[in-house]
Design a protein around this ligand. Structure first.
Ligand SMILES: [Zn+2]
Length: 171
C-alpha cells in the first residue's frame, strides 16, 4: 500500500485526484499507476484500469490470476467490474468511497454471487494516510480556487475603477 500511496502522490503533483494502484504477483510488483483522468481527458483513465492494462500486457494474459491489486481508494463500478473480468484474486483497499465505491459502499461488485468470480477483499489498510492524501488535495484545491476568485474579483474591481475614472476624465 505504501507503493500505491507513492503513486497517489504523483497524481496529486500532476493536479490529478490522488489515487494510486499497484499490482503484485508472487511478491513482485507487476505494475503501478495513478489516476490520469485529467491528463488523458479520459473518464476511464483510473489508476486501477491503467495498472491492470500494464499487468495484463506484462503477463501476456487477459487474466490476472494470483494477482493482488492494492489501491488507495475503494474502486468504482467500472474498475471493480474490470477486476472481476480479469479474475483478480485479491483486492486491498486503503480508504472507502461512500459516494462511488463498488466494493461494499454503493455496490459490492467484488463479492456478487451472481457474477462468475468473487474477489477476496481487505479494507482499511493505511486508511488514514490514504484518506488524508485525498482530503489534503481537495483542501488545497479549494484554497487555490478561492485565491483565483479573489484575484478575479480584484481585477474586476480595478477595471471598474479605471472605467469610472475614464468616464470622469471625459466629462
Ligand atoms: Zn475506477
Amino acid at each position: 500500500m505504501r507503493e500505491a500511496l507513492r503513486e497517489a502522490e504523483k497524481a496529486a503533483e500532476t493536479g490529478e485526484v490522488p489515487v494510486g494502484a499497484v499490482i503484485v504477483k508472487d511478491g513482485e510488483i507487476l505494475s503501478r499507476a495513478y489516476n490520469l483522468v485529467e491528463t488523458y481527458a479520459s473518464s476511464s483513465a483510473h489508476a486501477e484500469m491503467l495498472a491492470m492494462d500494464q499487468a495484463e500486457a506484462r503477463l501476456g494474459s487477459k487474466w490476472l490470476l494470483g494477482c493482488t491489486l492494492y489501491v488507495t481508494l475503494e474502486p468504482c463500478a467500472m474498475c471493480a467490474g474490470a477486476m472481476v473480468l480479469s479474475r483478480m484474486e485479491r483486492l486491498v483497499i486503503g480508504t472507502m468511497d461512500p459516494k462511488n465505491g463498488a466494493s461494499g459502499s454503493v455496490f459490492d461488485i467484488t463479492a456478487c454471487e451472481r457474477l462468475n468470480h468473487e474477489i477476496e477483499v481487505t479494507r482499511g489498510v493505511l486508511q488514514e494516510e490514504c484518506a488524508e492524501a485525498l482530503s489534503s488535495f481537495f483542501r488545497e484545491l479549494r484554497i487555490t480556487k478561492a485565491q483565483l476568485r479573489r484575484k478575479k474579483r480584484a481585477e474586476e474591481t480595478s477595471q471598474t475603477c479605471e472605467h469610472h475614472q475614464q468616464g470622469e476624465n471625459n466629462q
